[in-house]
Design a protein around this ligand. Structure first.
Ligand code: CA
Length: 230
């Protein structure tokens, strides 16, 4: 899940970005409306967290322009307690929900999950692929009942593949949704993470679940190996 966070106050954006990354989200931070619109034009974000009070273009205008440009990413607005007119204008302008500052970080996460669920990006509860289960709320991963410890990024990659189980997922799609804008397109980062996941998920099991489709990407599932592929 890749999130665009639009917030001009560095302490606030640092706090939110750090918290989201700990929860395995990839996060790009835009400090103003202009750069938010530029990033949204070139990346396919799963959700936008949008401060209303921004220098230059207001958050409300950012929401309107995103919708006018055809973006359907869920938008969570951050507003001040007394800014009722802003909340109404923001919701009318295309925002999906709002959160009043100061807010509890747990509530921000819950609202974000609810928005992603509404968009159909996240199934609630459990994902199951053969004998592999992911509890997406707790980020608890088990294979054949045995708990597997993953880092936030390893988990994010596995969940991304699990939500598309059986389908071949390309590296571009993976980098777009699991990594942020610091991702180096010609690096072997994804291969490195796939290798780590294989070690943790497949080692010691008769049936490997992580498949490489040469030249196309990866898929999660117990499709029998094609001898022409890795
Ligand atoms: Ca602000």
């Amino acid at each position: 899940m890749r999130i665009l966070l639009v917030e001009d106050e560095p302490r606030m954006s640092g706090f939110i970005a750090r918290g989201l990354r700990e929860q395995a989200y990839a996060v790009d931070v835009a400090p103003d409306g202009e750069s938010a619109l530029e990033r949204a034009a070139s990346n396919d974000y799963d959700a936008v967290i949008l401060d209303v009070m921004l220098p230059g273009i207001s958050g409300i205008d950012v929401a309107r322009r995103l919708r006018a440009d055809g973006s359907d990413a869920p938008i969570l607005m951050l507003t001040a307690r007394d800014a009722i007119a802003d909340r109404i204008a923001g919701l009318d302008g295309g925002a999906d929900d709002y959160l009043i500052k100061p807010f509890d970080f747990g509530e921000l996460l819950a609202r974000l999950r609810a928005l992603l669920r509404r968009k159909g990006e996240v199934q609630p509860g459990m994902l199951t692929v053969a004998d592999l289960t992911l509890d997406t709320a707790k980020q608890d991963v088990r294979r054949a009942g045995k708990r597997i410890e993953l880092t936030a990024k390893e988990y994010a990659l596995l969940e991304f593949l699990a939500r598309r189980a059986g389908a071949v997922v390309g590296r571009a799609e993976i980098s777009e949704h699991v990594w942020d804008e610091t991702y180096e397109p010609f690096s072997n980062t994804i291969e490195v993470y796939i290798k780590r996941l294989r070690r943790k998920i497949d080692d010691g099991h008769a049936v490997p679940l992580i498949q490489t489709r040469r030249g196309a990407g990866y898929s999660l599932g117990c499709r029998p190996a094609d001898p022409s592929e890795d």
